[in-house]
Design a protein around this ligand. Structure first.
Ligand code: FNR
Length: 377
């Protein structure tokens, strides 16, 4: 985590061909899980869905940024400084966490936390129904993320009432307007994530329409809005879409069929898509992205916890993610102790990471991190 932010070369445009992707997942896809997914082998990581108005009432802060004071500068030094800065865009922030935070002005919670390590691989997913708001959000975060995604698949009442998520499947002209506005005004790629419609021809028509906006790729969850995870993923529909479109189609919805790394290739073959996006399989064991095979749950929890400590992740969010790794193991003796824990220190203690947690805490205090940050639930 404590990368010395700093030197960043010319940014490479994200490419969605032949990629393994961490899917957007509310509460799961926060910074520690995204970093872990990258460690294990994910090529691209999506944020959880972030609602436009929540981001719009947030301000950007480099965690611990200090002003650069140029002392004793001669004309030549100023000239050299300007030349170097032109060549390699230097960020002189002195960091505490080494993160970039978007903080909600109304309650001080962190709406979105990211860092340089993931900048060229992280895609921010927006929940929106309005092109103007979507563009404002995208412009605000453009320098910190590699791509913007529009959520067109969320079936939750909250989204539908707000005309966001899956509501956009019924009003494609609104989605087209949002996507075109983003594509025309951003320097980073734009994508959308949809669910299939009950009718194949209508699904293909919708995909063609969305492709015509100039988006760089489309992620497709092979279930309809009314279908639940226990329903079969419509892999044959994903195949038809990938045959029809010229942009990369990212296959999603296969977690039930994907228990080990080699299952990912099978899913690619069946769907005809060369990029795959995983949600639940990664939520349960993020090492699903590793070519070396699945790691034991305990190893994954320990690595996740280290990132949670490094990122000063709120205990509530950390606990939620570990609960979803433990699943039925929550009934074990360790699991019960875990459920009673409340602080990061207490959680770390259960996995023999007390020393690590103490050390980091001291480091943060010395660097001047005051209080614990909070990520909204
Ligand atoms: C999701 N999903 C989801 N989708 C999305 O577009 N934005 C989001 O924020 C979320 N949040 C979310 C949270 C959790 C806990 C789960 C399990 C799922 C849906 C997800 O990205 C994916 O489309 C489905 O889970 C199907 O893929 P898998 O699980 O079969 O790989």
């Amino acid at each position: 985590m404590n990368e010395k932010a700093g030197i960043t070369m010319e940014r490479k445009k994200l490419n969605y061909e032949n990629k393994l992707i961490l899917a957007p997942m509310v509460r799961i896809g926060t910074l520690p899980m995204r970093l872990l997914a990258l460690d294990y082998g994910a090529d691209i990581v999506y944020t959880e869905e972030l609602i436009d108005w929540k981001l719009l009432r947030s301000f950007r802060r480099e965690n611990g940024k200090k002003m650069l004071v140029l002392l004793r500068t001669t004309f030549i030094e100023v000239y050299l400084f300007w030349k170097i800065k032109q060549a390699v865009s230097i960020d002189f922030s002195l960091d505490v966490l080494g993160t970039v935070d978007y903080i909600d002005k109304t309650d001080g919670t962190v709406t979105f936390r990211t860092c340089l390590r993931e900048r060229d691989k992280v895609v921010l997913q927006i929940g929106t129904c309005d092109a103007t708001r979507a563009l404002k959000v995208a412009k605000m975060v453009e320098q910190d993320v590699a791509g913007i995604d529009l959520n067109m698949g969320c079936p939750k009442l909250f989204s539908l009432v707000g005309k966001m998520g899956a509501a956009l499947l019924k009003e494609p002209e609104i989605a087209v307007n949002i996507l075109k506005t983003l594509v025309d005004n951003l320097n980073i790629p734009v994508t959308c994530k949809i669910r299939v419609l009950p009718d194949l021809d209508e699904t293909l028509e919708l995909c063609e329409l969305l492709q015509s906006t100039g988006i760089s790729a489309i992620a497709v969850h092979g279930r309809t809005v009314n279908e639940r995870p226990q329903h079969m993923n419509r892999n044959e529909v994903l195949r038809k879409i990938s045959e029809q479109l010229s942009i990369p189609v990212i296959a999603n919805g296969g977690s039930k069929e994907i228990q080990k790394y080699s299952d990912i290739s099978k899913f690619k073959e069946i769907t005809g898509c060369n990029s795959v996006m995983l949600a639940r399989a990664a939520e349960w064991n993020c090492s699903i992205f590793s070519k070396k095979g699945l790691l034991p749950m305990e190893d994954v929890i320990k690595s996740y916890l280290k990132y949670a400590v490094d990122c000063d992740n709120p205990p509530s969010n950390t606990k939620y993610c570990i609960q979803n790794i433990l699943r039925e193991q929550q009934e074990s003796i360790l699991g019960r102790k875990f459920l009673n824990s409340q602080t990061l220190e207490q959680i770390c203690d259960l996995w023999a990471l007390s020393d690590y947690c103490q050390l980091k805490k001291k480091e943060f205090e010395e660097k001047g991190l005051l209080g614990r940050s909070q990520v909204s639930p």
